[in-house]
Design a protein around this ligand. Structure first.
Ligand code: GTP
Length: 174
């Protein structure tokens, strides 16, 4: 159970979605455990990581809901989309199929009670595996432009762009 803290100037709910094994959990853990104080807890069907942080000179809390990509857990995870103001939609640059599924994830977010002004960043993760790349940066950029999404390639393994991606999304919802 989360304890309300009146000292917070903001309290955002974000969700991360994408196919199984694209690296969602690793991205969240990289972001939450690397820099600031954090707390985390598990819940049934999804995990919640909480990060307290300063954004634009104000102090607040980010709730990061980690959803399972596997089909069999999906009905359980959808209810956690409710009220989310930001989403990270992740594919794996070494798995073209995970990129092809991005429209499905966008649709799922749209139809499951997220905030009407939901901000979305598309993430091409595992940029460290450039030699196994199946999705070009150009493909990612073109898709993002067409669907008006923010876009970044990241690596949870070598840290590349992880903070950048989260801060870009968070400062956009702020
Ligand atoms: P589900 O919970 O099934 O939806 O998967 P997930 O998207 O949360 O994937 P997870 O974070 O569990 O990562 C899947 C695998 O990819 C793990 O073996 C990770 O070690 C690996 N992985 C995650 N991020 C990266 C990355 O940036 N680079 C590389 N090389 N491997 C990564």
């Amino acid at each position: 159970v989360l304890i309300d803290n009146p000292a917070y100037n903001f309290d955002f709910k974000l969700v991360i979605v994408g196919d199984s094994a694209v690296g969602k959990t690793h991205l969240l853990r990289r972001f939450v455990h690397d820099k600031f104080d954090h707390s985390s807890m598990s819940t049934i069907g999804v995990d919640l990581l909480v990060k307290e942080m300063v954004v634009n000179h104000t102090w607040g809390r980010i709730q990061l809901w980690d959803t399972a990509g596997q089909e069999r857990f999906r009905s359980a995870t959808k209810r956690y989309y409710r009220g989310c103001v930001g989403a990270l939609v992740v594919y794996d640059i070494t798995k073209h199929a995970s990129f092809e599924n991005i429209p499905k994830w966008l649709e799922e977010l749209q139809f499951n009670d997220t905030h009407p002004d939901l901000r979305v960043i598309m993430i091409g993760n595992k940029s460290d595996l450039d030699d196994q790349r199946e999705v070009t940066i150009k493909e990612g950029l073109e898709f993002a432009k067409k669907h008006k999404l923010m876009f970044m390639e990241t690596s949870a393994l070598d840290c590349s762009n992880v903070d950048n991606a989260f801060y870009t999304l968070i400062s956009n919802v702020h």
